[in-house]
Ligand binder design. Structure first.
Ligand code: HEM
Ligand SMILES: *[C@@H]1O[C@H](CO)[C@@H](O)[C@H](O)[C@H]1NC(C)=O
Ligand SMILES: *[C@@H]1O[C@H](CO)[C@@H](O)[C@H](O)[C@H]1NC(C)=O
Ligand SMILES: *[C@@H]1O[C@H](CO)[C@@H](O)[C@H](O)[C@H]1NC(C)=O
Ligand SMILES: *[C@@H]1O[C@H](CO)[C@@H](O)[C@H](O)[C@H]1NC(C)=O
Ligand SMILES: *[C@@H]1O[C@H](CO)[C@@H](O)[C@H](O)[C@H]1NC(C)=O
Ligand SMILES: CC(=O)N[C@H]1CO[C@H](CO)[C@@H](O)[C@@H]1O
Length: 327
């Protein structure tokens, strides 16, 4: 358990205690039940990611949204049906999730090779890792054996996934609820080194921060002026997209953290990492270290995130289609 810290340890004991079988994730869980499973995923990602490199960002974010609601159980993939309430997909934070069809295509290859063996939750975890690696980002271990949940509620996405307007306290609480500490918060937020955002995720910072037509003073004013002039021309722009780490939004590097210190983090939640002395000091430490060091630390936190409240053993099910529970 080295490096997992107090929260991790507590969480670990709790999840072993709560799992009905006490089963845990393990490396190569499918090595006898579906020996090529991980290779099928990796080959598919390697063959297709170059046509759509932006999917690396989309799917690591999907993995995060999955894990933060009912654990990493692919609940984020479920469609709303006439017999379910609104599922997580219909919650505002999902609006901008992408890559559902990519996951579904990988699933159909695995169903063809080994019917009803590989969970959608493991597919999301594996595709997220393989896509990030294929685009030059960090590698992390993905132990497998997750099973799929049968419940997905829009309201739970709203209460568990931090909004971009989060302040430090909100972030600390929502991460602690998942057994993640402040170091994990800083490292995992580092995923914002890749990908894009819609203007609507942050335009209040530009146009109406406290409701009097003002700007967020924590955002660099030159950057804000630029965003207003060139990208997000109104408070209600919900279609324009911007690079979260302008100039290197496809490269998994340390520049996200440099931007934070220049007051150019895009969301209030990014900026909030510099408002607490512990997280600010982690940010500075990361910037002093090497890229390899960031990758290694990021890998630890990703593996930890991938274990949140997983269903193993005989709980849950192995879905046949990722968007619907088995009938
Ligand atoms: C700390 C709290 C976090 C908040 C408040 C947050 C919020 C957001 C928001 C609002 C967007 C833009 C959505 C849009 O407008 O299109 C976004 C994008 C993204 N987030 Fe986060 N996020 C957080 C943590 C994370 C974590 C833990 C990860 C992964 C480990 C992550 C990975 C991403 C990625 C890769 C994108 C770009 C998605 C794309 O290109 O489609 N975020 N995030
Ligand atoms: C789930 O919903 C998406 C659109 O949101 C649709 O394209 C897909 O076919 C649906 N899947 C199933 C199995 O109903
Ligand atoms: C729908 O929501 C209600 C109230 O939260 C709950 O009692 C019910 O079990 C939910 N139904 C499904 C199918 O999840
Ligand atoms: C953080 O935001 C919450 C509401 O989301 C608010 O109640 C709290 O006062 C804020 N904390 C600080 C330190 O601003
Ligand atoms: C700014 O916010 C205030 C308070 O929420 C609101 O009354 C006002 O209409 C907003 N301004 C614009 C331009 O939307
Ligand atoms: C985007 O903005 C338009 C115009 O303000 C509005 O009609 C539409 O409902 C918005 N879309 C979403 C998904 O919020
Ligand atoms: C991908 C997806 O299902 N997006 C949905 C998110 O929620 C909105 C409503 O809030 C739906 O219109 C989208 O289809």
């Amino acid at each position: 358990m080295k490096g997992y810290g107090y929260f991790g340890m507590m969480f670990f004991c709790l999840s072993v205690f709560m799992g009905s079988t006490g089963a845990q994730l393990q490396m190569g869980f499918y090595s006898s039940s579906c020996p090529n499973a991980e290779k099928i995923v990796q080959d598919y990602v390697n063959r297709h990611i170059h046509n759509a490199p932006s999917l690396a960002a989309a799917i690591i974010r999907m993995h995060f949204h999955d894990c933060f609601v009912r654990g990493c159980d692919a609940s984020v993939l479920l469609n709303t049906t006439s017999s379910s309430n609104q599922t997580e997909k219909l919650a505002a934070p999902n609006l901008t999730l992408r890559g559902f069809d990519f996951i579904e295509r990988v699933k159909s290859l695995l169903e063809a090779a080994c019917p009803a063996v590989v969970s959608c939750a493991d597919i999301v975890a594996l595709v997220a890792r393989d896509a990030v690696v294929a685009t030059g980002g960090p590698f992390w271990r993905v132990p497998t054996g997750r099973r799929d949940g049968t419940i997905s509620r829009s309201s739970e996405a709203l209460s568990n996934i931090p909004p971009p307007t989060s302040n430090f306290t909100n972030l600390q609480t929502l991460f602690a609820n998942q057994g993640l500490d402040l170091k994990d918060l800083v490292l995992l937020s580092g995923a914002h080194t890749i990908g894009i955002s819609h203007c609507s995720s942050f335009t209040t910072r530009l146009y109406n921060f406290t409701g009097v037509g003002d700007q967020d003073p924590a955002l660099d004013s030159e950057y804000a002026a630029n965003l207003k002039a060139r990208k997000c021309r109104s408070l209600n722009d919900n279609t324009t997209i911007v690079e979260m780490d302008p100039g290197s939004f496809r490269t998994f590097d340390l520049s996200y953290y440099s931007l934070l210190l220049k007051r150019r983090g895009l969301f209030q939640s990014d900026s909030a990492l510099t408002t607490n002395s512990a997280t600010l000091s982690f940010v500075k430490q990361l910037l002093k270290g090497s890229l390899q060091n960031f990758f290694a630390e990021f890998a630890n936190s990703m593996e930890k995130m991938g274990r949140i409240n997983v269903k193993t053993g005989t709980t849950g099910e192995i879905r046949k289609h990722c968007a619907v529970v088995n009938s």
